[in-house]
Ligand binder design. Structure first.
Ligand SMILES: [Zn+2]
Length: 341
């Protein structure tokens, strides 16, 4: 029965990878649980192998898989991404990938996260941005997280003692945390609206969709430290079989209080493209749109152009200016933000 359960759960994870969502729906998770009486740990650990197989580590050849459980009941898969030709710090870790997938699916909170290798310090710090982070149960294959009970998982607070986190920079007004809903009040500045109008006039439906996707990603970005919400979309074109022959993959910045573990808009969009099955060498990523605020204390345009030139040289980058509720001292509070009409 144990082997059957493991195989059934792995099949669900393989289906999520094949469906190019990396999401195991809550209904599927619930059915697996009721049939096999699975603990969170046995469920999540059995989800990992198909995710790990989807890793893209051209530098280390070290594949990492992750599976996270949300309060919605759905599970989210992750795998590590490395970028040939780029510095090591450009990598996306499997835990970050799973969190980005959860964000894309509008998950509100994670309760447990399993990984094929113990979470590194960078990831422990990144995960500290999540709501309920201290209690997030971290489970590692082989139970090597060092916790008292490998099966129940080790609370993140125990893996990151004396943590520096959102409250240290933002005080009591740290909400919304990563994954919590927000609308950043970002809109295109005149230069951006002109580019959008030009794309419309040219009948460039792919670019129009990519601009809207980048703008939506900027509005969902977690950028409380810089006050510079930025969003990015990657456009794949040709031979995709979809209507119009293109696909758009977007993501927004996910900042960390420790800054360095932050996920850039490019990396968040790369997670979306990788989950959707883009080419292993990124050769089908032909255009990209970055929406950010000109003159802000944080800027992504130059670094994004350099990284794309390194690992996706065919990709043409368009940077569009944003404006809105963006003062440097801005503290995001979802209830104070007014959605755009
Ligand atoms: Zn890591």
């Amino acid at each position: 029965v144990r082997l059957q359960a493991t195989a059934a759960v792995a099949a669900a994870a393989a289906a999520a990878v094949a469906a190019r969502t990396f999401v195991v729906p809550a209904s599927v998770v619930a059915a697996l649980r009721s049939r096999y009486s699975l603990s969170d740990a046995s469920l999540l650990l059995a989800l990992i192998p198909p995710a790990r197989a989807a890793a893209r580590p051209p530098v280390s050849a070290f594949r990492v898989g992750a599976a996270a459980l949300g309060v919605s009941g759905a599970a989210y898969l992750g795998a590590n991404l490395e970028f040939a030709g780029a510095p090591l710090h450009a990598a996306v870790h499997a835990e970050q990938f799973a969190v980005a997938v959860a964000r894309g699916a509008s998950e509100r909170q994670l309760t447990a996260l399993a990984t094929s290798a113990a979470p590194c310090g960078h990831c422990r710090q990144f995960l500290w941005e999540l709501p309920g982070a201290p209690a997030l149960r971290c489970i590692t294959a082989g139970g090597s997280s060092g916790g008292p009970s490998a099966d129940a998982g080790t609370p993140l607070a125990q893996l990151l003692p004396a943590a520096f986190g959102p409250a240290d920079l933002l005080g009591a007004n740290a909400a919304p945390l990563l994954l919590q809903p927000r609308h950043n009040g970002v809109q295109l500045a005149p230069g951006g609206t002109a580019a959008l109008a030009a794309a419309r006039a040219a009948g460039d439906a792919a670019l129009v969709e990519a601009i809207y996707a980048a703008l939506a990603a900027a509005n969902g970005a977690h950028a409380p430290y810089s006050g510079c919400p930025a969003g990015m979309s990657l456009l794949r074109e040709g031979h995709l079989g979809a209507a119009g022959g293109f696909a758009v993959h977007a993501g927004g910045a996910a900042e960390s209080a420790a800054f360095n573990p932050s996920l850039t808009p490019l990396h968040a969009a790369c997670v979306a493209a990788a989950a959707a099955g883009c080419a292993p060498d990124w050769s089908d990523v032909t255009r990209a749109v970055l929406v950010e605020r000109p003159g802000a204390p944080v800027a992504y345009a130059a670094a994004t152009a350099a990284l794309l030139a390194a690992f996706a040289p065919r990709c043409a980058l368009t940077v569009l200016p944003a404006e809105g509720n963006l003062s440097p001292q801005w503290k995001t509070r979802a209830e104070e933000l007014t959605p755009l009409a």
